[in-house]
Design a protein around this ligand. Sequence first.
Ligand code: SIN
Ligand code: CO
Length: 376
Amino acid sequence: MYELNLEINDFLDTYWQKKPTVIKQGFSNFIDPILPDEIAGLAMEEEIESRLVYRDEKDQWQAECGPFESFEKLDSDGATLLIQAVDNWHEDAQQLVRPFRFLPNWRIDDLMISYSTPKGGVGPHIDNYDVFIIQGLGKRHWRVGAQQALSEFAAHGALKHCEHFEAIIDVELEPGDILYIPVGFPHEGYAIEPSMNYSVGFRAPDQNDLLSGFADHSIDTNENAERYGDRVMQQREKTGQIETQELQELHRVMLANCATPEQLIPWLGKMLSEAKHDLDLAPPDIAHTNEQVIDALNEGVQFIRLGGLRAMYFEQNPSLIFINGEQFDFEGCSELGQLLCDQDEVAGELLAHFSDNQQAIDLFTALINKGYWYAL
Ligand code: SIN
Ligand code: CO
């Protein structure tokens, strides 16, 4: 269990999305949840996204994508191995995300872990997500600049860098220290000693993500798309002109299916709950029955939400539960659905939701049989 030493309200008021900060000994007596060897093991797996970044003999930046078969580069200085979404694959590492659940689930992206040899780092860059970087093993020197317009360029096909920046934070992180960097602040970190870093990232879609996502959804689902029409047509003098009311009508047609926030719910719920990285899904070989699930709960068994599984609901319509890109109707048992989204693990408290509610137990058993919740 990791306990975060942080005044959450102060942090949210002063720093969250506003300015970077170092949380010295955010985790006291920090113990790495995973070993460098295990990181290398994960980087050998096909379904796991990994990258190796280093500078070659000519001091040129290089980036290779996994899976890897061997790791010679990690025998020398100046190399970093990065693994995406380790929370989907490693239960102990997943524990590191929990202390940050004071922020909403839907904003949490993934836990990225890096192992760097001395001088290793990915170079100066700007991320499009907020991140808490936890120092594990070793020490790393970090510089963070003010939010500013910096030119960005490809240091390598798979590595975007930014130009040099003045540091507003220049710090050596030790095990248990946390560096919070809001979206858009340039930063770079280089290991002083062999180093493990844990990055808990927070995604926020931009306008283009939202518009293109909604457009894709509309193409897939809107078979009878409304078409612009102008039955009331009058002869006009300026045929080269698009009249104001025509522009207004085009605008109306374009936004007719997304004119209110509520209209976005089915699409947004699916999109935000979709996993960006593969999940370690292992549905039970033999489907569980409702009776087995109830017996297990009566015996005190805890059910854990699969690492990286995204489950959420909207305040406006809390009986629609979105899990892993799918919509579930929890009408009549919406409190159960909300509990499953709000808690990482559930146990005997579920029983109260099941009494006299066949639909509730059916739904929960179905989620277990999909491998979304599993017994500890
Ligand atoms: C790293 O851990 O090397 C990279 C983390 C980051 O800068 O976002
Ligand atoms: Co970064």
